[in-house]
Write a protein that binds this ligand. Sequence first.
Ligand code: BGC
Length: 459
Amino acid sequence: MRPLPVFPPGFRWGTATASYQIEGSVRADGRGASIWDTFCAEPGRVKNGDTGETACDHYRRWPEDVALMDGLGVGAYRFSVAWPRVQPDGRGPANAKGLDFYERLVDALLERGIAPFLTLYHWDLPQALEDLGGWTDRDTAHRFADYAALVADRLGDRVTAWITLNEPFVHMSEGYSLGSHAPGRALLLDALPAAHHLLLGHGLAVRALRGRVTGDIMLTNNYSPVLPATGDPADRAAADAFDALQNRLFTDPVLLGRYPDLTAYGVTGLPFVRDGDLALIASPIDGLGVNYYSPTRIAAPAQAPSHQGPSVLGEVGDRIQEAGLPFQDTPIEGHPVTAFGWPVVPDALHTLLTGLRDDYGAALPPITITENGCSSHDEPGRPDDDRVAYLDAHLRALHRAITDGVDVRGYFVWSLLDNFEWAEGYSQRFGLVHVDFETQERTPKASYHWLRAQLESQP
Ligand code: BGC
């Protein structure tokens, strides 16, 4: 094993998960239905008809999972709270039993010296709110702030970091624009109100959390550095257009108090933005969560769909093109790909981090890498050397960014466990720990042992 460079003292090492992807027990203790329960029940939505009904059975096996983290030697754990456990219908008083679960988890983490990083929303909206319009309805933003306050009133004195939303871009684009995730709506650009209401919900939640919590308040976005397919001005313009959506739509309003230029999409005004909204959305945050998996290569749109091979957007890319959006994703060649087909480009993490620093300057709060990892063709007994190589290379790129002056405070591997990978069901495995979904047996992979050994030599 080649030791990693030494990270700064106090750097947080962790693993990440999300409620619907691991918990199961979807009807336990008064939990209401979420949009993912509904979506999974619709034929053809999720590969092999998989659902999160049982997932990793973490709702019942969480002590074993906390012990696995302890054995790994990480000092932090990022998980999400399922809104429908706390408010089964998305409004009204708290369901105490739902909060009890997360309180037990948080206390067990703290007993073992593992800092809880709590995400309030990792895509599992109460179905009752979706029935009223979901995130396309402005009221959902207010409901989200009420929910944030309920969780904060119970756990505000104990949680190290509060992450309002996970990857609102993915939730908006896959869930509301393209329909490949719950709630399965295909509104294309008419999903922009959902983007605004997610941002507004973030801002209102930040205001609700301030004064109620002792920990940091953050937002987690996913970023994908955009490479123009060629130096041609049309490809460059397409890359800029894509960058505005993927990387800036949920960052500029929060850090700069303004929307990026969306004129490439024919968007010249945002009529759903009301006076005062942007000030709320730009409420100061204590940290930015950065999720990184791979870069994107973008060309000007061609006449016909031409998805040819490994690319970040996959078949979704074809749908974007058919919809007449001003970009087209193209394969990134010359790099290994993960089981998902995503190109492995560790240097792009360095580019991303130095780019965020250069673009946002003093407006950029300290960064935490809240997700990074890969899916691989895992079977028990087969060492996941490709995952080890992925993590090793990305951690070296991250260390270079820190050496180059980017303020990064922590790194969370996605994921602790193999889990329910959204529309891919159980077909993509991202865990440091293998899960046999028949028996629920957990088996640490080679990557788990590798990370544990690496952490022994970190401060
Ligand atoms: C999400 C996770 C997901 C992972 C791998 C991120 O977009 O936050 O929930 O499992 O990527 O696809």
